[in-house]
Design a protein around this ligand. Structure first.
Ligand code: GLP
Length: 277
């Protein structure tokens, strides 16, 4: 009984893991996904785009090629997609997922879902409702991978998005357009709208894998993890989630007020081989 309670409590935490660098962060994250696939081969993964999860995807491809980790029964749902881009557009998130992960693993293309950025305007509401339904029908998301935008967004939930928001059409913040213009020829080419899972949708995932790397993320990461709950930093909503693994590299962890405490806990856990929460 006590062990059962301990196990339940153990699940109810935001665990902060600080790794030396981006490579170690990616390996740690990939290990968590590998464990899930091994224990639940038909699991449902929530996936993210951006530069942060690329190392994680590279590791998963390596596990597939070197260890035979199979994705043949896995289903995936991506967080978001630019509105107005065809799936074949090199900056579309569908294209990103195909080239950075799906083409190199044995996942069935029909089991990979990304909101459709090319859906007609009059079909947007239905498409978003269908996306939510599909997630439910698949049994819900087991682990949702997340990065964080410079303005604190998760998926494309810009500052001010409701914590109850669902998959919908959103307009992008000027900062996001500016941040993401590095992938386009100029900021005018960056779409101004996107289809994005809501914060409410994300919070329903059974587990969150929240990744951040690099010094430019340090301040916003500290606000998200240690700051007040506020829709002005939508990632702060993760403080409400019962099971979050935050994996940071040293640079992204730099502004955390409780940095030493997290390091101490992490080291102590290693020594006593028992989770502390
Ligand atoms: C985009 C995505 C987010 C992602 C963010 C950060 O805005 N919609 O899901 O977390 O970029 O990207 P990066 O990892 O490149 O910093």
């Amino acid at each position: 009984m006590i062990q059962k309670i301990y196990k339940i409590l153990q699940e109810m935490i935001m665990r902060i893991i600080i790794k030396k660098n981006y490579d170690d962060l990616s390996k740690e994250a990939a290990g968590i996904i590998r464990n899930l696939i091994k224990t639940k081969p038909d699991c449902v993964l929530g996936l993210a785009t951006g530069s942060t999860p690329i190392g994680l995807y590279r590791e998963l491809i390596r596990f597939h090629k070197e260890e035979g980790l199979s994705f043949s029964r896995v289903t995936t749902f991506n967080l978001d997609e630019y509105y107005g881009l065809q799936p074949s557009h090199p900056q579309s998130y569908r294209y990103f997922m195909d080239t950075n992960l799906f083409k190199d693993i044995d996942i069935k293309p029909e089991n990979t879902f990304v909101p459709e950025g090319s859906v007609k305007r009059q079909d947007i509401v239905r498409h978003c409702a269908d996306y939510e339904q599909r997630i439910k029908k698949a049994g819900g998301i087991d682990i949702q991978v997340l990065g964080i935008g410079g303005d604190g967004h998760i998926a494309f939930n810009e500052p001010g998005s409701s914590f109850n928001s669902r998959t919908r059409l959103v307009s992008l913040d000027a900062q996001t357009i500016n941040d993401n213009s590095r992938f386009f020829n100029n900021s005018e080419e960056v779409p101004q709208f996107a289809l994005s899972m809501g914060i409410g949708t994300i919070l329903e995932a059974r587990e969150i894998l929240f990744l951040a790397s690099g010094e430019n993320k340090a301040d916003i990461v500290a606000q998200a993890i240690e700051g007040p709950l506020t829709s002005m930093v939508t990632a702060s909503a993760l403080q409400l989630h019962p099971k979050v693994n935050v994996i940071l590299d040293e640079e992204a962890a730099f502004s955390l007020k409780r940095y030493s405490y997290y390091k101490f806990t992490q080291e102590a856990e290693g020594k006593i081989e028992m989770p502390i929460f």
